[in-house]
Design a protein around this ligand. Structure first.
Ligand code: PLP
Length: 234
């Protein structure tokens, strides 16, 4: 019934393989996150059977609704905007929060993680062009945020996340991806004990190959695996 998922996943894996061969990277330096928003748990479980190890949702509500019905052992990622008052619902469920964009949110994550004796891995979301439609901090704000987060011992800052604008030619995004890679590499010089640059989350269905060429370690793929999304009527 879900064999199309198998084909789609294989096709993304093949593309990753060829990009990695071209750029001299090892394929295990790239993790595919299956972006499952709007898709139900039967589809998610099938994708997991076909090899998806990491799933990503952009809404807290959707994680909570689906959590119990999804196969154990998969890693959950939150990739959408997170309000501080919702941290408590997901702190025990998510492997990585990609969307930290304020000190207030970071402090709340640190507090809730501390309560359950967890060190929560997070990424800082960067909004290069300061697009009003997107969350995230501007590149010039990173330094100050990292410094302010330094005392937070229940948070590990594992890298950066970037959501590229929708463009006709994904090639136009290459400079942004290069810019992100440079920022990511610079994290190695951050003098804070809770910074450990492991993940650069960038690239979606339309641009993941270029993102990998420029250094992405996590790509967030929805449409190219699951098909077009239909959003429920409001
Ligand atoms: C929906 C979403 C994706 C996946 O988008 P596709 O174009 O369907 O691959 C990736 N990242 C974020 C933050 C998203 O909300």
């Amino acid at each position: 019934m879900y064999s199309y998922l198998n084909e789609n996943i294989k096709s993304v894996q093949e593309k990753i393989k060829s990009v990695c061969a071209k750029t001299g990277r090892s394929i295990d330096t790239v993790t595919i996150l299956g972006v499952t928003k709007t898709y139900e748990t039967d589809v998610m479980n099938a994708a997991i059977e076909y090899g998806i190890t990491d799933i990503a949702e952009n809404k807290v509500q959707e994680i909570l609704r689906k959590y119990e019905d999804v196969n154990r052992g998969v890693n959950w990622h939150l990739i959408g905007h997170l309000q501080s008052n919702k941290v408590k619902y997901i702190i025990d469920k998510v492997e990585l929060i990609h969307s930290v964009d304020s000190l207030k949110l970071a402090v709340e994550i640190d507090k809730r993680a501390g309560q359950i004796h967890k060190i929560q891995d997070v990424l800082i979301q960067i909004n290069i062009q300061d697009e009003a439609s997107k969350f995230g901090i501007q590149p010039s704000e990173l330094e100050v945020l990292l410094k302010a987060m330094a005392p937070l011992t229940h948070i590990r800052i594992c890298g950066l996340m970037y959501i590229a604008p929708i463009v006709e030619k994904p090639e136009l995004l290459r400079d942004d991806f290069k810019f992100m890679k440079k920022m990511f590499d610079d994290l190695n010089n951050a003098p804070y004990p809770n910074v450990r640059p492991l993940h650069l989350s960038m690239g979606m269905s339309s641009d993941y190959e270029i993102a990998i060429e420029e250094g992405a370690t996590m790509i967030r793929v929805g449409t190219k695996i699951f098909g077009k999304r239909t959003y429920p009527a409001k």
